[in-house]
Structures are given as structure tokens and as C-alpha cells.
Design a protein around this ligand. Sequence first.
Ligand code: BF8
Ligand code: SF4
Length: 630
Amino acid sequence: SEEKMVSLDIIDEQLIKKAEQEGIETMWDRKKAMKTPCGFGEQGVCCRICAMGPCRVSPVEGKGAQRGICGATADTIVARNFARMVAAGTSAHSDHARDIAHVMHMASRDGSYTIKDEKKLLVLAEEWEVKTEGRDIYDIAHEVAEVALNEFGKPFGTLRFPERAPEPRKKIWKELGIEPRAIDREIATIMHSTSIGCTSDAESLLKMSMRTSLSNGWGGSMMGSEFTDIIFGTPTPTVTEANLGVLEEKQVNILLHGHDPSLSEMIVMAANDPEMLKLAQEVGAEGINLAGICCTGNEVTMRHGVKLAGTFYQQELAVLTGVIEAVIVDVQCIFPSLTPVTDCYHTKFITTSPKAKVTGATHIEFNEAVALESAKAIVKAAVENYANRKQDKIFIPKSKAQAITGYSVEAVVKQLDRVVNSHIDSQGTVKPLADVLKAGVLRGAAGIVGCNNPKVRHEYSHIEIMKKLIANDVIVVTTGCAAQAAAKAGLLSKDAAKLAGKGLQAVCELVDIPPVIHLGSCVDNTRILKLVSAVAKFMDVDNSDLPVVGVAPEWMSEKAVAIGTYVVSSGIDVFLGVVPPVTGSKEVMDILTNKIEDMTGAKFFVDTDPHALTDVMLARIEEKREKLEQ
Ligand code: BF8
Ligand code: SF4
């Protein structure tokens, strides 16, 4: 029923109860123990950049300490802290991309890593002026990878991908002086400028943050998406299932968690290897069941339909089912608490990256040079652990929902071609999308992205906002843990079209898509940039002219801060459901939620009430429509 489809399932409560009964601590216990968070930290006015401090200044003008020992004001301290979050988030996405670029550089016809989407590689080669004629595809791949790796540290010029933006957008970046240069350079510049006694001007720090964030969105993240498609294939729509009910009692369950597809793709391959399947049968299992968590989950579901166990906040809960033979992780969003939680079960917690070793975990380093062999060793360890399950500790919740994943921009465009098969010249373009937007059949589009955060009722905001938007004929695209929330709620199924308004419903039927579209992992937010920019270019306007919004209802990560900043810098309004630590500075608040609009044509909106937040979104969308129709 409709009610059931979107109601928040009770399974998590059952597992939380199981944790209590077994005396296992989860994030909710720790959240409780944390009591009230530090007000200074929460408002961003705590500085520990040098050893004269830490200094905590008053967020209130004229009351309490107004300056740190060096003289830094609340504005300076808040802006510095914000900038460092952007730098950290950018480093995470971009360092992930760097690894993917290295993998492309080692790709070979007979190795573990090959080139799956030659066409996409050739398009990129052309864009980057890498010679293609008469060359072996692997030579081209290696040179493109080298060009990409140079984007991190090239001494002169600006990045290549921003060229893809609409002309008026590029002009804005140039005029603001925020065209991103080398990726590592932008991160280093922020670390330098935010060190003691360097930049104290808040606006200048925020502009630097914008430039650095652009080196993420139109740099590292975009590289991550593009290269992953080239090496492992550009996603096409696939049907899958989501939620902890995808775990199988009679199979070896491997939980894939983290971010970098160069590991998870190999694990998928290894788990399908006949040798491994035979081994699984030998230990008495019916097969090997892979289930994804976090962005790795998104990556492998996009390309292989691997089932989604769930979101960031379900990582501990998945282990509590007692049927996970191994949690295999690489980098980012991995709770250190997986060590004590897995210790309560037979579950092996296997770290694989030298960049993310976790105390108490089993470290089996993944070696890309012998990737498949490496992956097999990891899968083997999981299979061999099947016999060690504690039978009395097993509980698999029943809940799962059907979902369609795998919508790359290419897949979306292909799907749109169904509408225009009579007008051959508009095939392969975003014309149909632009048309329904212009006509108002769709009022607008929203990208709903980001994490879970125990500061808010889990997944409530994600789902409420999605439901309200689609009911108002706003099509939703989604990535990250928000996408998994949508999957679990049944919103990624074609059935969900019945929750949509008349216009969106008609589009869903005509184009044969769900009303909420899974575009991938968090680096794949660049697919949104690409799609929005394509529509803007097609309509001969800028991104900021389109009735399009970005939303992060339950964000928590520094990566999310970097994403939000590049989205606003790209001309798209960003709506946050969790308050960022900037409220201690009037100036920073004023820039982010007001003045930045004069610079980029977009700004931040914050409201912890999802319904109020959505009302503002809808109003903003209609405002843009009015201007667009003039
Ligand atoms: O990069 S949405 S909790 S998994 S940070 Fe992490 Fe947030 Fe999930 Fe992927 Ni994105
Ligand atoms: Fe205090 Fe200034 Fe040092 Fe920050 S940089 S800790 S405000 S003295």
C-alpha cells in the first residue's frame, strides 16, 4: 500500500533492541552519552589552529571574548573552519579520483582492469586533445590518465573539466577569480591561508572555499565519475533490492562498504568466480551474497545491480544481524566502532587501504597490481568464516524494497529518446527534458543527496522532502545515502509514480522511469552538474536560471560541505536540513545565505523542518520559472 511504501520501517528499531539485549553499543548510545554538544564548536567559534589557543570566542557581539589571542574575530574563526571543511571534503573525493586515475593508468587488455567504455574514453580524449587516431585504446587510456594525474599538481593554468560549464557560468568564475587551478594546489592554498596569521578576511576565505570546492565538483569528483565509467562501464538501469532484508541466511554474506570502485569491482568479480562459489558450497553455503553500504554500495548497484544493504547509519545494524561473514572496507564513512561490534560476532572486519587502517580490524592490503588475486584472498577469508556463525545470534529483518538504479546521464538521455523517436534530430539530447521543464509539465528538478545524521530523525527528512517534491511535479535525482533511503522507501520503483503529481506521473509513464532517479555515489553528484549544465546550454541560459535545487537534508560529512559549496558556486541553490557550524559569525551567515547570490546566482537555505524547507524550495522553483518564462 501507499502507506507501507513510504513508511519508515521498524526493522531498525528491532535491531537496536537486539543490540541492547546483547549489550552492544551503537551510534545511538554514543549519541546519548555525548549529551549536549559544545555550543562553541556547534557555532564554529572554537579555534585550535595554533598552540596559543584553543581560543573560543563569543558568538555574540559585545559580550564575552571578542577575539582570540592572535586577534582573530568570530568571523575569521568561523570562515577558517568552514574553509578547512571544504578543503578536507575536496581532498577525500579527489584523492579517491587520483586512485582511480592510477588504476586507469595501469589498465591493460589482459589485466584485472580493462577499459569497458571505449566510446566515453574517446570522447574525453578528444575533449582533452589527446591524439586518438591509429592508436591502441590502452595507449590512449594511459595518456588520458596521465593528463588527469597532472590536474592535481600542474603548475600553470586552470582545470580542464570546468570548460564543460555554460559560458555565462565560466564568465562568473573568471570574474570572481575562482576558476580552480590544480586540485592539490587549491587544497594546499586553503591549509596555508587558514594557518595562524594568514587570511583573516571572511569573504576572501569563502571565495577560496568556492574555488577549492570547484576543484572538487569540476575536478576530482568529476574525474572519479568519468574514469569509473570508462574503466568499469557507464551504468544502465538495473532492478535491485534494498534494505537489510537482502541478507541471506543460507549464503555467505559479504558487506561491501566504503567508496572506491577499484576494490569493490574486483570483489564483485571474485565473488562470481567459480572457484569461490565452489569453496562456498564446500563450507555448506548456497552461494555468496554481496550487499552494499554507503557509496561503494551505490557504485556496485549502479553497474551490477548488487543489492543495497542500506545507508551509512545501518553499518552497525547490518553486523547485528549475525549473518555477515565479512565487512570489507576501503576508505571514508567507516565507523571505527565496527571493530567492537564485529568482535561480538563471528564477522571479520577487513580493512584494505593503507589510507584507512582501523584499530582492531584485520588488514588485508589490496594490491591493484594483482587486483583480482588480492580480491579473491579477501573473499576467501569471508567464505571460510561462514562456519563460525553463532546460530543463536541470527536475526535478519524481513524488510526490503524493489528499486531501479543505474541512471547515468547517458542512460537518462537514452531513456528520453523514447519520447522523441519520431524527431530524429533531437535524439541523444536533453531536448525532451528541456521541453517538459519549459512547458511546466515538470515544475523543476531537485538533487537530493547526502548522509544520515543522528541530529535528525533518521531518513524522515529525505523521504518527506522527496514525497512532497514529486507530489508537486518536481522530478528528483538522488545520490549517496539519500539514494539508499529512497530505495528502501520504494521511491526508486516505477510504482512510486503514483505518489507523483499529474505532470510528473505523465513523464514517468512516457519515459518509463521512476519519479526518483538514482544517479550514483557522492562523486556522482557531478552527473547532476553535467545534466543541469547540458539543459542550461541547450536552453541558452545559465544553471542559475533553471528551476533546479540541491538538497542535503541529513548531511554530516566534510565532503558534503565541499559539495554544497560547489553546487552553490555552480549556480544552484542548496537547501540544508542540518545547520552547519557557521552560526557564530554574522558575516559568514550573511554571505552564505544572502550575499553569495549576488556573486553566483545561488545561495544556501537552512531549516531543520523538512516541510518548511520544501516549501521554500518550491517557492524558489516557481520564482525561477517566472523569470525563465519572461
Ligand atoms: O560519500 S552520503 S554518509 S557514504 S559522505 Fe558517507 Fe554521506 Fe553516505 Fe559516500 Ni557521501
Ligand atoms: Fe587562538 Fe588565533 Fe591561535 Fe586560533 S590562531 S588558536 S584564535 S591564537
